[in-house]
Design a binder for this molecule. Sequence first.
Ligand code: G16
Length: 554
Amino acid sequence: MSTTTTTIATTPFDGQKPGTSGLRKRVVVFQKEHYTENFIQAIFTAMPAPGAQGATIVVGGDGRYYMRDVVQKIIRIGAANGIARFIVGQDGILSTPAASALIRKREADGGIILTASHNPGGPNADFGIKYNTRNGGPAPESVTDAIYAATRTITEYHQVTLDAPVDLTTLGCQHFAGFDVEIVDSVTDYVELTKSIFDFDLIRRFRQQSPDFSLLFDALNGVTGPYGRRIFVDELGFPESALDQCTPLEDFGGCHPDPNLTYADKLVARVEREKVALGAASDGDGDRNMVLSHDWFVTPSDSVAVIAHYATECIPYFQRQGLRGLARSMPTSCAIDRVAAAKGLEIFEVPTGWKFFGNLMDAGRLSICGEESFGTGSDHIREKDGIWAIVAWLNILAHVNQTQPAASVRSIMRDFYQTYGRNYFTRYDYEEVDADGAAQMINDLRAKGNDLVGQTINGFTVAAVNDFEYTDPIDHSVSRNQGLRVIFEDSSRIIFRLSGTGSEGATVRIYIERFDPVEFDIDAQVALKPLVDTALEVSQLSKYTGRNEPTVIT
Ligand code: G16
């Protein structure tokens, strides 16, 4: 099919700086004339060497409103910038982990993932564009900085003109003058990869031998519905009733597709009412996960630590290659550190953002990592992987039940605490507060940091106050101001951070952690109440933000 290339004059937009994970804004912002085109052009301008000419890229997203329009724009602008091959999920659909897996499997030069992750979708909600590099992971800051710089100086973008939109529904390769578009099944490669990691036979046997064991997977109307159906129902044999909200919708059915106790309230209620043994959810684009049972909520910080604890005992992928090292984001609880110490493994503490794990994985020093923000994963890909974490729990449950019949999520957690002690953890989010007030609060806290040292507040004596700074052990890049930490003499911590993924105002996050070596059964909110009060007192949060209650507690 013949094409012509046109060049369109444009001017820069303010604020096209990628955040924690790509550029996220309201759909109406992306719909402004030239706004999306500018950002896409900036990605191709800034693509790491050898650049866009002749490159292969993977394109797909979570199915949210406006995604299919943007897939067409990427193909037109990408082709005009020299992209030779676009590998696109059918109908534009690829979960974030599936996109990462595809970039790696096909040895593509990179990928563009269209998602605002757990943020709501629809004409009045959010959209997002994220660039991943050839390792399959989110672009590091050096690349996102280059993209941002390109958005600041852009004067024109290039696009090919096509007679009709590219057909995104028919599998196979379409040839155009100078480039190809290959439409691939969105699910198959990912399912094959997952089967190669876990012991599907063991899980099937466990399911057959444990008729009382029930699974409920809620995709929150996000992208993972078809992935969940293929894995949990077709492959593992769970009944169709084990699935809920598994049809991807452009607006996620009006829900907030974020797997936590607040936004996945339908799942939480059903798990309690129906006495479900393993309840699980993933977010809009499939990289986050939540795991719970009718009598226990597994914090993400605990979840990754438990998976690391059992990995080489029962998960074939880790039995084959061993554990190279473990890691967590800084605000994530230190439970995984205890596993690393017991196993004699390296442990890394990185800033919030999955992109910080990539270099360590590429260097062969990191196998399993996680974040308190419901992200869990391993070096099988370079994104966090919601379904991976859920299948990991099924694999562990199946394994432990071989020697302890009727072992449950709760009993596994109890055993874990008995071995390592319990890191109580909670996070308070104050969403969409006034950005200036939030920034002022952090600045003032930073300024009075040293004065706090030595003070005793609510019985906790401050040992140190500092801004987290990270030097990447592989490329030695430095990331500063990654969260303000108040550390107490008993090793309890309070961390203040502004989210990098919101689309309006600012979101303040307060992370609170306390270790208890012997008491495991206190309700986390009760165990942490004195520290929460301390955090609110130290920060004067309500004075700066006008908020008395958090939007979300996890
Ligand atoms: C993204 C990043 C995660 C990060 C999370 C929260 O997740 O990939 O690494 O932990 O945001 O970031 P923040 O606290 O800055 O909002 P996702 O699922 O939104 O891509």
